[in-house]
Design a protein around this ligand. Structure first.
Ligand code: MG
Length: 214
């Protein structure tokens, strides 16, 4: 294996979790239609697209709505979500993130983010960690979503490195697949379902030892 010179991170589920923010946004939409919606119902929405999530909620409430109402609700959901992530701050970082970023910097390792989120820059600023990253590739600059490796390949290229010199940290199967397809070493984090797919698996980032790569 080549010497590792950079770490590339997925954002949601690795550095921060905005799952609860998505839940609150869906709950506001459901309540606006008088549909009961708790974390129990929210379980069914995990990994489901925005439009399909709304269809599920409407099924739950047995509330048929018009196409234009459907489109308006999709927009409301995103607006509610954007509103709720306004209050993110460094306390919302997942365990081990900040010590890892600091240790990596102290050891001369380059850092990047490769996220499908169009809000990645905004969220990183709110978390007050943008300054740690040499490169941030978000959903705005990428043609092919994960499991295509484009987002991570763009990150490695921007750092002037071959994928074999980069670790990719991911919590989703599609992200691990993207990393492997791109020729990266894939570190799975916090999702037991991907443990067998990843090259290295960690329950959370507190288990990661930067010194191994120094
Ligand atoms: Mg993720």
């Amino acid at each position: 294996m080549d010497k590792i010179k950079a770490f590339l991170f997925d954002l949601d589920g690795v550095l921060v979790s905005t799952e609860y923010n998505h839940f609150l946004a869906w709950q506001r939409c459901a309540h606006s239609l008088d549909i009961a919606f708790t974390e129990k119902e929210n379980e069914r929405l995990k990994g489901v697209s925005r439009a399909d999530s709304l269809k599920l909620i409407l099924e739950l409430g047995n509330k048929p709505i018009s196409h234009s109402e459907f489109e308006a609700l999709l927009k409301s959901k995103n607006d509610f979500y954007l509103e709720s992530i306004q209050s993110l701050n460094q306390a919302h970082l997942l365990p081990g993130v900040l010590p890892l970023l600091i240790a990596a910097k102290n050891n001369g390792i380059l850092l990047g983010v490769g996220s499908s989120s169009k809000n990645a820059h905004f969220i990183l600023d709110k978390l007050d960690i943008s300054q740690y990253f040499e490169v941030i590739i978000d959903g705005n600059g990428v043609k092919d979503p994960k499991p295509h490796p484009e987002v991570f390949l763009n990150g490695a290229k921007a750092l002037g490195l071959h994928p074999s010199a980069c670790l990719v940290f991911e919590d989703a199967a599609s992200g691990i697949a993207a990393a492997k397809a791109g020729g990266f070493t894939a570190v799975g984090v916090g999702n037991p379902n991907i443990a067998a797919l990843a090259d290295i698996y960690l329950n959370d980032l507190t288990e990661f030892r930067v010194a191994q790569y120094a």
